[in-house]
Design a protein around this ligand. Structure first.
Ligand code: NAD
Ligand code: LMR
Length: 338
């Protein structure tokens, strides 16, 4: 059931020694929801990643076309496509990293929590597949509402007896990417020089950019702090409204997801000092999940960093973030435990 069916594996046209089976040395990565708005550009970016040797593209629609298209890129990764629930197990078997952008996106006027009804079930069934076919894989969860889908995934893995909190990572990189961009605009510097830790969760007031910890060290007026905090918290809504019914962020999200996946793969390879923000099981606050900086290594999020010193403004924002996060986490947990 590999796609494109007519060409893949046509041994008559392929010399046996022209490419080692499995392609270049590297990691096996699956994208679930690969034909979607995020999935397509993310497939392209992962096909370009030299750390990827095998790329599995799974969706319930249109994955053969995306696979045929991406497979023609002359980079190292071997691309295989999988269509529909019957092929999920084949898509997942042997994977080192599974990235999940499957699920519906927001339209104007919706909150991320409005997506729960549909996306909770999608994430649950995909994670059941992961528990069965690649229980040791690192999981990068993008589907919204992340504040609830990560707890859902954790409960599914617990039920299956495969849960390792270090390997389940909610993707909040887009908040960091946005914060770096908006801060760089205010400071008039190159965004690539900026590093803003963004903690909490991935929805409205739960998104908390720590502007007192920006690198390079700098200071902001209280007007700038209000503007930047609001802009980062509402970055997703800014895109949803601009797209006017055609979905939410896809291109910047694919960029952010590819950046985070690359960091996970470098961690898996054993590179030192790989630090990214992510929504993970955590003891940094009293909540069971929280986004902070984490150090990525061979077994996933190997170290979770504390929040560091906060300003009064950040402490007040943190209290609001925790209040909303608690409800979202509980909603995810009880979806699986009901
Ligand atoms: P989209 O509708 O364009 O694509 C979603 C894809 O998921 C579609 O191709 C669909 O067929 C597929 N899908 C649906 N059910 C599936 C299943 N059971 N198995 C596999 N694939 C399935 O949506 P999008 O714009 O790509 O957004 C996807 C999700 O990512 C949304 O929930 C969105 O809110 C979320 N998102 C998260 C972030 C973040 O920062 N974490 C950022 C942007 C978007
Ligand atoms: C984002 O931050 O862009 C995503 O979570 C999508 C959304 O619904 O805003």
């Amino acid at each position: 059931h590999l796609y494109p069916p007519s060409f893949q594996g046509s041994s008559l046209l392929r010399r046996s020694n022209c490419r080692a089976k499995g392609g270049a040395p590297g990691f096996k990565v699956a994208i679930l929801g690969a034909a979607g708005g995020i999935g397509q550009p993310l497939s392209l970016l992962m096909k370009m990643n030299p750390l990827v040797s095998v790329l599995h593209l799974y969706d319930v629609v249109n994955s053969p076309g995306v696979t045929a298209d991406v497979s023609h890129m002359d980079t190292g990764a071997v691309v295989r496509g999988f269509l529909g629930a019957k092929q999920l197990e084949n898509a997942l078997t042997g994977m080192d990293l599974v990235i999940i952008p499957a699920g519906i996106p927001r339209k104007p006027g919706m909150t991320r929590d409005d997506l729960f009804k549909i996306n909770a079930g999608i994430v649950q069934s995909l994670c059941e597949g992961i528990a069965k076919c690649c229980p040791g894989a690192i999981v990068n969860l993008i589907s919204n509402p992340v504040n609830s889908t990560v707890p859902i995934a954790a409960e599914v893995f617990k039920k299956a007896g495969t849960y390792d909190p270090k390997r389940l990572l909610g993707v909040t990189t887009l908040d960091v990417v946005r914060a770096n961009t908006f801060v760089a605009e205010v400071l008039g510097i190159d965004p690539r020089e900026v590093d803003v830790p963004v903690v909490g969760g991935h929805s409205g007031v739960t998104i908390l950019p720590l502007l007192s910890q920006v690198k390079p060290a700098c200071s902001f007026t209280s007007e700038e702090i209000d503007y930047l905090t609001n802009r980062v918290q509402n970055g997703g809504t800014e895109v949803v409204e601009a797209k006017a019914g055609a979905g939410s962020a896809t291109l910047s999200m694919a960029f952010a997801a590819a950046k985070f996946a690359d960091a996970c793969l470098r961690g898996l390879r054993g590179d030192a000092g790989i630090v990214e923000c992510s929504f993970v099981a955590s003891q940094v606050t009293e909540l069971p999940f929280f986004a902070t900086k984490v150090r990525l290594g061979r077994s996933g999020a190997e170290e979770i960093f504390p929040l560091g010193p906060l300003t009064e403004y950040e402490r007040a924002s943190l209290a609001k973030a925790k209040q909303e996060l608690a409800g979202s986490i509980e909603k995810g947990v009880s979806f699986v435990c009901k």
